[in-house]
Design a protein around this ligand. Structure first.
Ligand code: GDP
Ligand code: MG
Length: 203
């Protein structure tokens, strides 16, 4: 099967919501590869997941910081897509932040089939402290990580190049992370096929 055929088969095939998990005891048993997406609230995670899957599966929210659960989707029994709860929203209480740390920490340590966590970073701003906290957790758990620079349509090329270089420089301190960041735009659908191919290479 050619690469475009394979892409079409998997990313246009069935994609079913399995469950939302707020507590680790509820984690499903998954026999296929697990592919997760994480990022600050409002970074464009839902839009990107929808662009990758070519349909609306993740809720594009105007009120960030609310979903505190891991959402599992079964993509045609080929892989399991995990939408991780957003973080870094200023108005969230310390209790909720602690819950997030606990849930994500336990999740990252406990998943044998977790192939990669894509960490979404706003191409207009680069890393924030909370992103670096997550990178540290991913390193400690030795989970493969790859940075996606979202909303790249909204930054001029020289600025995008500058932020990308800055992010990649910081990644030298993150051995679990792939050294290059991939710019994406859900609005212009740029970088989406590359991202699909990365996923196909892991499942
Ligand atoms: N310029 C631009 N804006 C985007 C893009 N993707 C999402 N957004 C906007 O960013 C905001 C947050 O998007 P959403 O997908 O809900 O982010 P989430 O909170 O991370 O799930 C919304 O206003 C989107 O319209 C993109 O590719 N380019
Ligand atoms: Mg969202």
């Amino acid at each position: 099967m050619s690469a475009p055929e394979k892409r079409k088969k998997i990313f246009s095939g069935p994609c079913d919501f399995m469950l939302g998990v707020a507590d680790l005891v509820q984690l499903p048993n998954v026999n296929v590869a697990e592919i997760a997406f994480a990022g600050r609230s409002n970074v464009g995670k839902s839009s990107l997941i929808n662009a990758v899957m070519g349909r609306s599966i993740a809720h594009v929210s105007k009120t960030p910081g609310r979903t505190q659960q891991l959402n599992f989707f079964n993509v045609g029994d080929h892989f399991c897509l995990v939408d991780m709860p957003g973080y870094g929203y200023a108005k969230v209480s310390k209790t909720l932040r602690d819950q997030w740390d606990q849930l994500i920490g336990d999740y990252l340590r406990g998943r044998a089939n977790l192939k990669i966590v894509f960490v979404l970073i706003d191409a207009r701003h680069g890393f924030k402290d909370t992103d670096l906290d997550l990178l540290n957790m991913l390193n400690e758990a030795a989970v493969a990580t790859r940075i996606l620079l979202t909303k790249s349509d909204d930054v001029k090329k020289p600025e995008l190049d500058r932020i990308k270089a800055e992010v990649e420089h910081r990644l030298k301190k993150s051995p679990a992370s792939f050294p290059l960041a991939l710019p994406v735009s859900s609005w212009e659908r740029s970088g989406i096929e590359e991202l699909q191919d990365i996923i196909l290479g892991l499942i």
